[in-house]
Design a protein around this ligand. Structure first.
Ligand code: ZN
Ligand code: ZN
Length: 369
């Protein structure tokens, strides 16, 4: 094992139980066989982290949250065969797939069928989301160090791409996957509902994939102005029944693809309503476990042959997301509006919760060695 920063104190944010946030010092982790230790440089704050804290997503406690992380390899354990050395800047996928089940082998890691009873049962293993600290220490990104398990997926950050921008790789990879699920191609007319970080990034990814028109729909005018910098050719502030004529005015035949990233069943229904006959609707926003989508089936679905394509996590999107970030075609770094020290996590949560001061993406910075 080689280590760059021997003897550093490790620091991590822990959710010991629902609703409680603590900051804990612990020894710097040593990588076991097949493991890597990454020194975290930047970690994005995601709405998911707040839902985890509120106990809305299972019972993964005690949890080290954070799944949008980038950093530098700090130590490599024995038997690691990923070929990435100490000192290299990396992005790590939140999802730790098994690489062996049928879903993994067909390239759909996000649907990994692993359901290891010693870990949290569910759709695969997700760093910072459902691996309790009692199972694997330093398994989340709100920390100085991250232990990447043997099956974890690590990507080299390309030369010239700074970590302040690279921290957006996870949400961009989610957006890239949504665009790929929708099979967006040259000349397609695309509507994106919801100008949050994923929606803005989906507009950029659709534009990069060759869409000739990208209309971004949402209620906040500040966001809609920003959407134009991310590939939107038009923006619309209408919702519900008024949305159909507003979209038809801009795209007379109706959009080929609608990407829903607002995360509400009302927005999902809007998406189904506005898409052209035979078009594709990508559901990319999480709506929580409560609300049910109710659709007039014959009129909206059967007689219109719409493809409904849910898009979950980011399997396979990371390399293309890194390439898109490195191209510098869109002002990605401008989405990071708020930066906090790791110890100020609760202040960051409050800002995300209240959406203060035009907040789009908040990022935490762990103390450097
Ligand atoms: Zn996230
Ligand atoms: Zn698997």
């Amino acid at each position: 094992m080689t280590r760059k920063n021997e003897g550093d104190g490790g620091l991590q944010v822990v959710f010991p139980q629902k609703g409680v946030v603590t900051l804990e010092r612990s020894a710097v982790p040593e990588p076991g066989p097949g493991e890597l230790v990454v020194r975290i440089a930047r970690v994005g704050v995601c709405a998911t982290d707040l839902h985890l804290l509120d106990g809305h997503i299972g019972d993964p406690f005690p949890l080290v949250p954070g799944h949008e992380f980038v950093g530098v390899v700090d130590a490599v354990g024995p038997e690691d065969d990923r070929g990435i050395g100490v000192g290299e800047p990396v992005a790590v996928e939140m999802l730790v797939p098994c690489h062996r089940c049928d879903r993994c082998r067909e390239g759909r890691h996000n649907l990994c069928e692993l359901d290891d009873p010693v870990r949290h049962p569910g759709p695969g293993r997700q760093l910072g989301v459902n691996i309790p600290r009692t199972t694997l220490p330093f398994a989340g990104g709100y920390a100085t160090h991250l232990v990447v398990p043997r099956d974890g997926v690590v990507h080299r950050i390309p030369d010239g791409l700074d970590l302040d921008t690279a921290v957006l790789v996870e949400p961009l990879a989610v957006a890239v996957r949504a665009v790929e699920r929708g099979r967006v191609g040259l000349g397609d007319k695309v509507v994106v509902i919801g100008p949050g970080p994923i929606g803005l990034l989906a507009a950029a990814a659709a534009s990069a994939a060759g869409a000739s028109e990208v209309v971004v729909v949402g209620g906040r005018t500040g966001r809609l102005a920003l959407a134009r910098a991310f590939g939107a050719t038009e923006t619309v502030a209408e919702r519900g029944h008024r949305l159909v004529p507003a979209i038809r005015e801009r795209i007379p035949g109706g959009p080929d693809v609608v990407i829903e990233s607002a995360g509400s069943v009302d927005a999902q229904l809007d998406a189904i309503r506005i898409v052209r006959r035979g078009g594709r609707v990508v559901l990319a926003g999480a709506c929580g476990s409560g609300p049910a989508l109710s659709v007039p089936s014959d009129d909206y679905l059967l007689t219109r042959e719409i493809d409904i394509l849910p898009s979950f996590l980011a399997a396979g999107g990371y390399e293309r997301a890194l390439a898109l970030l490195a191209q510098g075609r869109f002002p990605f770094a401008s989405l990071v509006t708020h930066v906090y020290q790791l110890a100020d996590v609760e202040r960051a949560f409050a800002a995300v919760h209240e959406r203060t001061d035009g907040l789009i993406k908040a990022v935490l910075v762990p103390p450097s060695p």
